[in-house]
Design a protein around this ligand. Structure first.
Ligand code: ACO
Length: 337
């Protein structure tokens, strides 16, 4: 009988655009204040991509780092999955195809996942399934967003919240159970579809002059309703994944939540009795980068030397759809062969 194959989180990489947009900059653009933004969200600044810098450009840079850190080259990758709601092109081609081309990956399956902020963890669940079924060996999983491209810079309800960036991970096959993903749980409730929406372009509202003039291409969010549901759903979800796997909150060295709002992170962290040093926080410097937020946060703890081999990460996320997901995954860089 052949040995069981598991998915292992081999490496992480990220790309953060250079340009910084501070709360003070936003004070000059809309009726807002640094005090309001910090108090309600924890965000102090966010990074914004250049006009000629696309989601796939940022994703490619993050991917190059992740592939190198995994000790691999582009030719070793046999599946490319990109989570994004700000693709280079809204209908086709997929951003994953563009990233593959920029990386020189040819004749390999590539596709996008649309699950808003939950996209990266959704993509991890896909990588796990492909690897455990022995269909693929080295999956490149990307979360990348140019959220600034769908922001109405006159709408204070949304323009203060989001930023741009990309993160990527290589998920590899292993027969060593100690390296294996412990669990990934991804879910959705489409009845809340209108809580977070870009109404155009799409089959409901094609890209007509009228649609653009109405600003339907910009993100709209029922912020307060989303906030309440996020706290309730995430608290239940992380408690469930921990209980199912007989792990306690105190035993998690790295709780990496989606970085939308400090108050949501705090509420969920408190419900798990997490101490401050267990919770990874990047929302103050990147804002909400949607699907890129979790891999960018993992990259931060990796580059600062806090994330060590075999240490466990608890990921949790919530976003448009509505979608949510959580995961228990050890960091498992490949030991020297
Ligand atoms: N500056 C100043 N005042 C503002 C601003 C601003 N930038 N934005 C809103 N306000 C005002 C509102 O107009 C409102 O004024 P009113 O009381 O006179 O009507 C007041 O502040 C309070 O507004 P709320 O929306 O109730 O504020 P809340 O405390 O809920 O904070 C926020 C808003 C930050 C958006 C919060 O609700 C939130 O974080 N929601 C969840 C976001 C999230 O997790 N989204 C999912 C992931 S995103 C994705 O999937 C792409």
């Amino acid at each position: 009988m052949s040995e069981k194959i598991y998915a292992a989180f081999r490496s992480i990489g990220a790309y953060v655009p250079k340009k910084v947009l501070t709360n003070q900059d936003l004070e000059k653009m809309v009726d807002t204040s640094d005090e309001w933004i910090v108090k309600r969200t924890g965000i102090k600044e966010r990074h914004i991509a250049e006009d000629n810098e696309s989601t796939s450009d940022m994703a490619t840079k993050a991917s190059e780092i992740a592939i190198k850190r995994a000790g691999l080259s582009a030719k070793d990758i046999d599946l490319v999955v990109c989570a994004t709601v700000t693709p280079d092109y809204f209908n086709m081609p997929s951003t994953a195809c563009l990233i593959s081309d920029k990386l020189g990956i040819k004749n390999v399956q590539a596709f996008d996942i649309s699950a808003a902020c939950s996209g990266f963890v959704y993509a991890l669940s896909v990588a796990k399934a492909f690897i455990e079924s022995a269909m693929k060996k080295n999956v490149l999983v990307i979360g990348a967003e140019k959220f600034s491209s769908i922001i109405d810079w006159n709408d204070r309800n949304t323009c203060v919240l989001f930023g741009d960036g990309a993160g990527a991970a290589v998920i590899g096959a292993t027969t060593n159970k100690e390296e294996a993903f412990i669990d990934v749980h991804a879910s959705a409730d489409g009845s809340y579809w209108d809580f977070l929406i870009t109404p155009a372009p799409g089959s409901v509202n094609p890209a007509t002059h009228a649609a653009i003039e109405e600003g339907l291409q910009f993100v709209k969010m029922k912020g307060n309703e989303t906030f309440k549901l996020a706290v309730k759903t995430l608290t239940k979800d992380v408690k469930e994944i921990l209980a199912k796997n007989n792990i306690e909150g105190k035993d998690i060295p790295h709780f990496v939540p989606h970085q939308a709002n400090y108050r949501i992170i705090n509420a969920v962290g408190n419900a798990l009795n997490m101490s401050e040093n267990q919770v990874v926080l990047t929302v103050h410097k990147y804002g909400n980068t949607s699907a890129a937020s979790i891999p960018m946060a993992i990259n931060d703890i990796y580059e600062s030397g806090k994330l060590k081999s075999k240490e466990l990460m608890l990921l949790d996320t919530f976003g448009g759809g509505l979608t949510w997901a959580s995961a228990l995954i050890p960091f498992a860089p490949k030991e020297n062969d």
